[in-house]
Design a binder for this molecule. Structure first.
Ligand SMILES: [Zn+2]
Length: 104
């Protein structure tokens, strides 16, 4: 199976609308021009979003265990954000596998 490629939909539509069909003698010529326009579209580097959650049995601000890859960070209860100001910290994404921490 061929690797998926992702293109910008609005740019493709705009480029297809700009095809000059006056130079086309029949429907096959139009199809060839549309296919050429699609082939010339720049592709984006897109990665499928993985979803996970922090599965620690403790408070999620004290420990992080990724449900997807199992990486664990312990004793992370307080981090200095500003001078003498401590705040709880939660991972929005796993720093190891990149899973988004939004699974319930
Ligand atoms: Zn992970």
């Amino acid at each position: 199976m061929a690797e998926k490629e992702y293109i910008e939909k609005s740019k493709l539509i705009s480029d297809i609308e700009c095809i000059d069909i006056c130079d086309c003698t029949d429907i096959d010529d139009i199809f060839i021009e549309v296919e050429r326009t699609i082939d010339e579209q720049p592709t984006a580097d897109v990665q499928k979003v993985r979803h996970g959650k922090n599965v620690t049995p403790f408070h999620p601000a004290d420990e992080f265990i990724c449900s997807e890859c199992g990486v664990a960070f312990k004793e992370m209860s307080e981090y200095i954000i500003e001078d003498d100001v401590y705040r709880e910290f939660y991972f929005k994404f796993c720093p190891n596998c990149g899973a988004k921490m939004d699974k319930t």
